[in-house]
Design a protein around this ligand. Structure first.
Ligand SMILES: *Cc1c(COP(=O)(O)O)cnc(C)c1O
Length: 246
């Protein structure tokens, strides 16, 4: 045997970041009495180069997320030789649905019926597996409060979920949220994710297969895992702090 080629400096950095995040996930699962394999790490590579995606793939990561269509499309195309899963997690305009349907396995950020229609049309126009769709919940919009950018108010989840479940080419996979920076849940990720867990439970009573709970980022993955997250979306804790506008 010849052994492995020496790691580059960047590969060592990424391996160290991954090891730290893995340790945090293991601890959080242990504290919550959950098995490690109940939580999938999705690495958010936005603003980082495709070389980082390839290095992370070499380190065993299979799930990647992006929040802008152009950047995501470019990276997915550049890694078409690897068998990776792409998650779209950003605000999505309906005119980008066709592009996203070309590479995404999951869209976490569906927040209106019009987007459901656009994604369904785009997916059914091509020969591909169903697109897994998560309804993005804006907890700060509870009971008409708050403005928030992406996401539907909790009371809008049932109607949107039904639209996804009925749309050809789409599979209703579950829910996504970002811990609110404003409103009653600001600075209270535990309370926010506990509320998401309730909404997920109500959703599963009607749609038993919609089991994905996408919650938790670099700053709050422990709280999310404690509240039942199945997918954590982690960027800076693995890749380093992003340059200003991410
Ligand atoms: C950027 C981003 C993340 C990752 O954030 P970090 O704080 O870097 O871990 C997760 N989810 C969404 C929707 C994002 O845009």
């Amino acid at each position: 045997m010849y052994g492995c080629p020496p790691m580059s400096e960047r590969e060592r950095e990424l391996a160290a970041g991954l090891a730290r995040v893995e340790e945090r996930i293991i601890r959080a699962c242990g504290a919550a009495g959950r098995a490690r394999d109940e939580v999938t790490l999705v690495v958010v590579t936005k603003t980082y180069p495709v070389e980082d995606v390839r290095l992370l793939a070499g380190l065993g990561i299979r799930h990647f997320a992006e929040n802008r269509d152009q950047e995501a499309a470019r990276k997915a195309a550049a890694c078409a030789d690897l068998s990776l899963n792409w998650h779209f997690v950003g605000q999505l305009q309906t005119n980008k649905a066709r592009s996203v349907a070309g590479y995404a396995d999951y869209v976490h950020s569906v927040d209106r019926v019009r987007l459901v229609g656009a994604l369904s049309t785009a997916v059914t126009a091509v020969d591909r597996a169903p697109l897994r769709v998560l309804v993005q919940v804006a907890l700060e919009k509870e009971s008409g409060q708050g403005e928030g950018r992406g996401g539907v108010a909790p009371e809008g989840v049932p109607e949107l979920a039904r639209a996804v479940a009925e749309a050809p080419g789409l599979d209703l996979a579950g829910l996504m949220t970002v811990a609110p920076l404003t409103g009653a849940y600001a600075g209270r990720p535990d309370a926010a994710f506990a509320r998401l867990r309730e909404i997920s439970s109500d959703l599963r009573a009607v749609h038993p297969a919609a089991t994905m709970v996408s919650a938790g980022m670099s700053a709050d993955l422990e709280e999310a895992i404690g509240a039942g997250a199945t997918h954590v979306r982690v960027g800076s804790a693995v890749l380093g702090v992003r340059p200003a506008l991410g």
